[in-house]
Design a protein around this ligand. Sequence first.
Ligand SMILES: Cc1cc2nc3c(=O)[nH]c(=O)nc-3n(C[C@H](O)[C@H](O)[C@H](O)COP(=O)(O)OP(=O)(O)OC[C@H]3O[C@@H](n4cnc5c(N)ncnc54)[C@H](O)[C@@H]3O)c2cc1C
Length: 519
Amino acid sequence: MRFFDTEVLIVGAGPVGLVLAIDLGQRGVRCTIIERKTAPEFLPKMERCNARTMEIFRRMGIAARVRAAGLRADVPMDVYIVRAMNLPPLVHHRYPSVAEARKEIDACTDASMPLEPYQLISQYTLEPLLKSIAESLPNVTLRYGCEFLSLSQDQGGVTASTSRGMMRAKFLVGCDGGSSRVRQQLRVALTGEGDLLRLRQGLFLCEELFDRIPIGPGPGHGRHYHVADEHATFLIMQDSTKHWTLHAVLDRDDDMKRQFERTIGVPVKYDMLYVGEWKQNLLIAEHFAKGRVLLAGDAVHLVIPTGGLGMNGGVGDAIDLGWKLAATLQGWGGPKLLQSYEVERRQVGERNVAASRYASLGRRKWRSLWRNLDELVPVAQVEQRKSNEMIGAELGYRYIGSPVIADEPGGPEHDFRTYVPTTWPGARLPHVWLQGHLALQDHIGKGYTLLRLREQNTSGLERAMSRVPFEVLDVRDRRAREVYGYDLLLLRPDMHVAWRGNRPPQDPSALAALVTGHG
Ligand SMILES: Cc1cc2nc3c(=O)[nH]c(=O)nc-3n(C[C@H](O)[C@H](O)[C@H](O)COP(=O)(O)OP(=O)(O)OC[C@H]3O[C@@H](n4cnc5c(N)ncnc54)[C@H](O)[C@@H]3O)c2cc1C
């Protein structure tokens, strides 16, 4: 039997593979990430990390670096529907800048807001940053210019054939995007609606546009400009405010320049740096894992970018998987821990596909009225919001029916649009400010945490959890107790609630076994 080159082999250094590598590296797991490109590319894709992703980045200790590399905090995120940018807008939806959102979060006392606001950062900025963070971790090895070709697995590990030779690992994770070869090797099918619409995307460098935008209250006040036309045109500001992407249903690359000029409506100097085609899909994989091979990110779910649940959903996958792989490799995680990955993340993938469909149908509805602006405007006022107001899908997802969560029957309905804080087992711990404006989330450790909001003798559970990373956090805070609704909350390493109660568990050993995958 060949020795192990690494504990976890990650295929694909997109944002999802890189986040997984950082999480594993921080947890002391040796991992290697292979990427067929020779370096990150300057190609436009996502541009918005949502609030949940930013909370995750805060827990990883990298949120400040992401913000420093991304869009300035004072630029608002307004969305406009226009005929062209030099004409009065048809619809204008106000969305706060990061600085404004922070003020709202600071003043929020009912746990209905995230700890971190969103951050606009283009994928071509985020990927090199994540790469440099991953490279700084001693457990993480990055190999660019190395293509994954095929795999075989046995009881002890996975052997991968790559363009640079064979590699053996205990686990392999396919983070290799929409046409994932790892998924194909596992013969896992994607189901849903593929190739719904093809758009061209152009990346433009225009130094002066941000300061010269003709509509709105001041310079550089918008993020998305949707044009009411037959080409489904929209313009998106990127993180530098000098780069812009234009999307439109057009046949030829050359048409994109004319469409950019028509959209702006005033003469500007610009360069078109790139143009390419992309497809809209609403697809989900039938499985997220087979044996020692797991799949994450676009490899298992493809959504329409409306709502921004693509990369953000993939970061959620990575963060669900990282601690479970670490627990398994470190010997304290039971078999159900890794099995729970598919149960937990596939349902979120399904909900995200549904949320994305809901948002894109809304957009399609107002776009179909482009010939009659009097009809379009009232419809767009309502329907466009579905793409930009997704806080329920971002924060409110809860793992149902997981074998490692002490589920309670019933539970609140999932709603894409609104977030209602809850500690129902499976949910993310809502953000609460403590006395002195300290965030409770910042005190939650990297292992399991028993949050004790009132005096209780929990020595039984402490003993039962003594073989796994575990700590007790005593918080005597009236508001936190009110919001959380229970005296005791057992949190997992990913800050999701595993169990709650007003008395210590009746059978602490059984609970410990359940949440660590031995139940
Ligand atoms: C126009 C547009 C706008 C978007 N906006 C947003 C947004 O605002 N928010 C959001 O959350 N999402 C958005 N998305 C979606 C987002 O870009 C994707 O969900 C995200 O890139 C998925 O990340 P990933 O790491 O799973 O896959 P990818 O980014 O596709 O990365 C996969 C990596 O694997 C590598 N790879 C593939 N095959 C192999 C192989 N055989 N061997 C080695 N390496 C391999 C690839 O080169 C690539 O680097 C947008 C997408 C588009 C097209």
